[in-house]
Design a binder for this molecule. Structure first.
Ligand code: ADP
Ligand code: MG
Length: 437
């Protein structure tokens, strides 16, 4: 039974949509339920664009739900609730303030007197490993140290709930790991002046390393697709078979939805013009096809294994896998990536033949590519402004996604020599109109 009193945060049936360019609404969160209690670290794991930051902002009182209930200790959240502090992905420090001043800033709004502010700021700075940097300015600090300032500024208010929005994703691999470990050490030693943590991440390993409970978010719209309890004691070892097994099973869950039911076109989600394309370079795609084709994979790889070999995060390898799946060069299923016959053929071709095969697949399987090529072929000038296609894309997706999709279209189309694109005039054209297919 749900205990409203012990629940620090209670999210019931929350939906949120945003207006799209076309005047329609984009549903970002659908019927999200979430409870956070004292004493736990909860992870919100999902792909980019699945609405994680939006949910975090709802809890922080910065965005209102379109419908449903969001409450903090039984009170509906209408303004930023007391006892909730946030650490952002980018460091969001004031460059003209010192470390100490940046940290103290968190307390000014609370009306705490100057002496107490100073005392608490110094103790947060000390706790988080910034001792000696009190009078440094942000520009004098490394990325990792800046993010420590971000943590100190959130901790100094002694929040019940610390919200973290991908706080390690702007840091290099080693720095991120040190900071994660330091935080978990402080947490298990009970030295953090907080009761619970809700952290957003698109990094599966990070979630398994840090969280007691992981909510796996599905995309379009964002929904809680699964809840996973992590019952390993800290400090956790990434090489522990339990750890690997859990990472593996989460990968499998996250690729379940992308799996075509039959080896036909129908299983590919949203396969019309409205399909948003992630910007993935064609060089990286062909490199991945080659890697997959070669030893030790021979056309079939476990996603976590290949992600760690290529030093990619879950989100990146999933984008790559989905792009290959869309292009019918590979097939994603249950956390595995398998080359199709076309993918194997691609791996064995010379550059020019690869480009031709890529072009064929683009026109056949990426609807917006087919559309652009058709429009260029049909127009006497064999040119068309990007706006012609951007408008159409924006009927289906946010401006941000339409931009990314166009960027992808341009780089894939250039590689395949399907068309040329002039950045200055934002115009597509056929390179060799005489040869148009
Ligand atoms: P995530 O953090 O999981 O990457 P976000 O919550 O940032 O996802 O965004 C989810 C979707 O909502 C995206 O399509 C984004 O473009 C859209 N979105 C977020 N905030 C706004 C806003 N203020 N106005 C319009 N669209 C938004
Ligand atoms: Mg986000």
């Amino acid at each position: 039974m749900l205990d409203k009193v012990s629940a620090l945060i209670d999210i019931r049936n929350v939906c949120r949509s945003f207006p799209k360019g076309s005047g329609e609404e984009l549903l970002v969160l659908e019927n999200v339920d979430l409870t956070i209690r004292s004493g736990e670290i909860v992870g919100l794991l999902g792909r980019s664009g699945s609405g994680k930051s939006t949910l975090l902002r709802i809890i922080a009182g910065l965005v209102k739900p379109s419908s449903g209930q969001a409450s903090c200790r039984g009170q509906t959240i209408v303004v930023p609730p007391n006892g909730v502090a946030m650490v952002f992905q980018s460091f969001a420090l004031f460059p003209w303030l010192t470390v100490l001043q940046n940290v103290e800033l968190g307390l000014e709004a609370l009306g705490i007197d100057a002496a107490e502010r100073r005392k608490r700021a110094l103790s947060a700075i000390d706790l988080i490993g910034l001792d000696g940097f009190e009078s440094a300015y942000p520009k004098e600090l490394s990325g990792g140290m800046r993010q420590r300032v971000g943590f100190a500024r959130a901790l100094v208010v002694h929040p019940d709930l610390l919200l973290m929005d991908e706080p390690f994703s702007a840091l290099d691999v080693l720095t991120a790991e040190t900071l994660r470990t330091d935080l978990i050490d402080l947490w298990i030693e009970g030295r953090l002046p907080i009761k619970s943590v809700l952290m957003v991440t698109h990094n599966i390993e990070e979630a398994v390393l840090m969280c007691d409970r992981i909510l796996v978010f599905s995309s379009n719209p964002g929904r809680v697709a699964a809840e996973i309890k992590v019952e390993m004691t800290h400090p956790r070892n990434r090489l522990d078979p339990h750890f690997r097994q859990l990472v593996d099973s989460i990968y499998a869950r996250m690729t379940q939805r992308a799996e075509p039911k039959a080896p036909s076109t129908e299983g590919i989600p949203g396969s019309g013009i409205g399909l948003a394309l992630h910007h993935v370079s064609s060089n990286v795609l062909s490199g991945l096809i080659e890697t997959l084709a070669g030893a030790p994979y021979h056309g079939h790889a476990d996603l976590p294994v290949i992600a760690s070999q290529l030093q990619l995060e879950a989100d990146d390898i999933l984008h790559l896998g989905e792009s290959l799946q869309l292009l019918r060069f590979a097939h994603l299923s249950e956390g595995d990536l398998m080359l199709t016959d076309a993918g194997k053929r691609f791996a064995n071709l010379e550059t020019d033949s690869r480009k031709r095969l890529f072009a064929e697949h683009l026109v056949a399987f990426v609807p917006v590519m087919g559309l652009i090529r058709r429009v260029l072929d049909e127009r006497p000038s064999h040119t068309a402004p990007a706006a012609r296609f951007r408008n159409e894309l924006e009927d289906y997706m946010s401006e941000e996604y339409a931009d990314e999709t166009l960027k992808t279209v341009v780089s894939w189309g250039r590689y395949a020599e399907l068309f040329a694109y002039d950045e200055q005039s934002e115009t597509f054209s056929l390179e060799n109109p005489g040869e148009s297919a």
